[in-house]
Design a protein around this ligand. Structure first.
Ligand SMILES: [Zn+2]
Length: 526
C-alpha cells in the first residue's frame, strides 16, 4: 500500500522560492519539481494560518469550520480564548484515517493542540500553552528523551527580536534543527501511512526579514547578498535539506507533496485597523486608554508581551486595546491580519450600539472609507479589495464571519502598526492567498484546474483509500491520486464538534484566567 509524505512550508511563495531555485539553493525541492508537478495552491479567506490549517484538516472553508482568527470570543461576552483544535467545528481527516486504521505521523501542524485522539503519533503545532501535554501518545516526550532528542515548543517569536536579526535567525535555525532531528527519528521509529510535517520557520522569517529574501521588497536587491541575507537563505536551505532527508525515507510508490498554507507579499507600510477605525470616527478607546499616555504604554506593553510569550501568542496578535463599546460602531474582528471588520450591532454584539435598521448604511459608509482610503505618504490605497461578508462567506458559520472582508494591496500589511498607518518597522512581509504545491507520485499528472488548500483533505483520504464521514467542499485532486481513486462515504462514528452549541475552550480556565488576570492588571480588559 502506498503512503503519503506531506511537507509543508508555512507561508512559502513561488515569488520567493523561484529565485532561490534558480540559484541552486534548494536542490531537494528542485528534484521534486523535476519529477512532479508544480503549481499555485489557493489558500483560504481569511489568508492566515489559523483559518488555513483547519481547512487543510477538514476540506472545508472557514465558513464551515468556524475559525476566522487566532482568538475566539465566548458568545455573549468580550472574553476571548486562543483558538485550538477544539475550535474546529467540523470533522477532520484524522477521524477518517483513524476509522480506516491508517496510521499518522503529524508534526507541528498548527491547531492540533490539545492533541486529538488518533491512530499514530502527533506533536501539536500552533499556539501551545506551556506545561501542557502536546503529544499523542502523551508519553512521547519520554521516548524522545531516551533517544537524546528534544522538541522545542513555540519559539521564533519574531517580534521580541525587534531589529536583532542575528539573534532571531540563530533561534529559528536551532529550533528547526531540533525538530528535524525528532522528525527523522519518528519517521524511522513509528509506523505511518501519512507523514505530515510543517515548517513554521519560513513564515516567521518572512514576516520580519522579507526585505532580505523577497524580490517584491524594494530593499531586496541591496540586501540579499549581505551577511544577514545569506543567513536568511540558510533558513530555506535547512528546510530544503530536510526535504531531502524525509524523501530519502520514501518507498518508490509513495506520494510526496510539498505545500504551503498561504503565500507571502512584502510590505513597507503597515496599518493598525482599530486605530484606523478610530481615526474614521467608528471606534473609541476607553478612558483607561487615555490615562496611559505614550510614555506609559512602553512598560505596559512589555508586561503584556511577557504574558503573550507565556501563551506562545507573541507576534500573532496585536496587544489588546480597551475599546469603549458604548461609543464604538465598528471594530476589528480578524486581529491576526486586520482583514476583517465588524459592525457593533445591537442585538448581536453584547454591547452593540448600531441599530439593525442602520446596519447596511453604516457598513456601506465604512466600506467606502476603508476601500477608498489613500495613504498620504505613497498615494496608494492600502486596501486592494473589499467585500461584504455575504459575498464571500456562504455556509454554516456565516453568522459569525466578519461583516467586512479586505485584501491588502501590494506593499501593505493591515496589521502590525502602532498607529493608524506608518512605515513598516521590523515587519516586511505578510500573507497573500497564492500558496505553493508540488506533487510527486505514481499517478501525478499536470493540474487541469488550480488546486486549493481545501482539496488536500479529500485528496489525502482518496490517496490512502480511507472512507470519509465528511462532505468536503474541496475536490479530490485526480491530478495527484489518478482517476481510479475517489472518495467513499462512511457513516460517522464521532459527533461533529460544536453542533451542540457548546464552545469548549482548548486551554484550561486556569491558563485563561492567568492570561486575563495579567491583562486586567494592565487595564486592557475590565
Ligand atoms: Zn504568518
Amino acid at each position: 500500500m502506498s503512503r503519503v509524505i506531506l511537507i509543508a512550508w508555512d507561508g512559502a511563495d513561488w515569488r520567493i522560492l523561484d529565485p532561490l531555485l534558480e540559484q541552486g539553493a534548494l536542490p531537494n525541492l528542485q528534484a521534486l519539481i523535476d519529477q512532479g508537478q508544480k503549481d499555485i495552491l489557493r489558500s483560504t479567506v481569511p489568508t492566515h494560518s489559523w483559518s488555513a490549517w483547519p481547512s487543510f484538516l477538514t476540506g472545508v472553508d472557514p465558513v464551515d469550520h468556524g475559525v476566522y482568527d487566532i482568538l475566539e470570543t465566548v458568545p455573549g461576552t468580550h472574553k476571548q480564548y486562543p483558538v485550538t483544535y477544539k475550535s474546529i467545528k467540523a470533522r477532520t481527516f484524522l477521524d477518517d484515517l483513524t476509522a480506516a486504521n491508517k496510521k499518522m505521523l503529524l508534526l507541528d501542524v498548527p491547531l492540533t493542540f490539545p492533541p486529538p485522539e488518533l491512530d499514530g503519533t502527533l506533536i501539536a503545532g500552533g499556539v501551545l500553552p506551556k506545561h501542557r501535554t502536546f503529544t499523542a501518545p502523551a508519553d512521547l516526550t519520554a521516548d524522545l528523551v531516551k533517544a537524546r532528542l528534544e522538541w522545542p515548543v513555540n519559539g521564533m517569536s519574531w517580534t521580541t527580536y525587534h531589529n536583532r536579526p542575528d539573534a532571531y535567525l540563530d533561534e529559528a535555525y536551532e529550533v528547526t534543527a531540533k525538530r528535524i532531528a525528532v522528525s527523522e527519528w519518528l519517521m524511522d521509529n513509528t509506523e505511518w501511512d501519512l507523514m505530515a510535517s510543517v515548517f513554521v520557520s519560513i513564515d516567521r522569517t518572512q514576516h520580519c526579514l522579507s526585505n532580505y529574501i523577497a524580490p517584491d521588497h524594494p530593499d531586496y536587491a541591496k540586501n540579499r547578498d549581505s551577511r544577514i541575507g545569506t543567513k536568511v537563505a540558510d533558513i530555506f536551505r535547512q528546510a530544503d535539506e530536510a526535504i531531502g532527508s524525509f524523501v530519502s525515507r520514501a518507498k518508490p510508490d509513495d506520494t510526496i507533496l510539498f505545500i504551503s498554507d498561504h503565500g507571502f507579499q512584502s510590505c513597507t507600510r503597515t496599518i493598525n485597523m482599530d486605530r484606523m477605525l478610530h481615526e474614521f470616527g467608528y471606534l473609541d478607546f476607553s478612558a483607561s486608554n487615555a490615562v496611559f499616555g505614550p510614555m506609559q504604554w512602553g512598560p505596559m506593553r512589555k508586561v503584556a508581551r511577557k504574558v503573550y510569550d507565556t501563551l506562545g501568542l507573541h507576534g500573532k496578535v496585536a496587544l489588546p486595546q480597551s475599546v469603549s463599546w458604548a461609543k464604538t460602531r465598528a471594530y476589528t474582528t480578524i486581529r491576526s491580519t486586520g482583514e476583517g471588520v465588524s459592525v457593533n450591532l445591537a442585538g448581536r454584539e453584547i454591547d452593540g450600539i448600531v441599530d439593525p435598521g442602520d446596519y447596511e448604511k453604516v457598513r456601506d459608509e465604512l466600506m467606502d472609507r476603508l476601500g477608498g482610503y489613500v495613504d498620504p505618504k505613497t498615494g496608494n490605497k492600502p486596501v486592494k479589495e473589499i467585500h461584504k461578508r455575504e459575498e464571500v462567506f456562504k455556509g454554516r458559520f456565516a453568522d459569525t464571519a466578519p461583516d467586512i472582508l479586505m485584501v491588502p494591496n501590494e506593499g501593505y500589511s493591515l496589521t502590525h502598526a502602532k498607529s493608524a498607518i506608518e512605515d513598516a518597522d521590523w515587519v516586511s512581509g505578510d500573507h497573500r492567498i497564492e500558496g505553493t504545491i508540488v506533487a510527486v507520485g505514481p499517478h501525478v499528472t499536470p493540474f487541469e484546474q488550480q488546486p486549493a488548500l481545501i482539496d488536500m483533505a479529500p485528496t489525502l483520504l482518496a490517496a490512502l483509500d480511507a472512507p470519509t464521514a465528511v462532505e468536503p467542499t474541496g475536490r479530490v485532486l485526480h491530478e495527484i491520486v489518478g482517476t481510479d481513486a475517489g472518495l467513499v462515504a462512511r457513516e460517522a462514528t464521532t459527533a461533529i464538534p460544536g453542533m451542540d452549541g457548546a464552545n469548549e475552550a482548548g486551554v484550561s480556565d486556569t491558563e485563561a484566567d492567568e492570561m486575563e488576570e495579567h491583562l486586567r492588571g494592565l487595564g486592557y480588559i475590565e
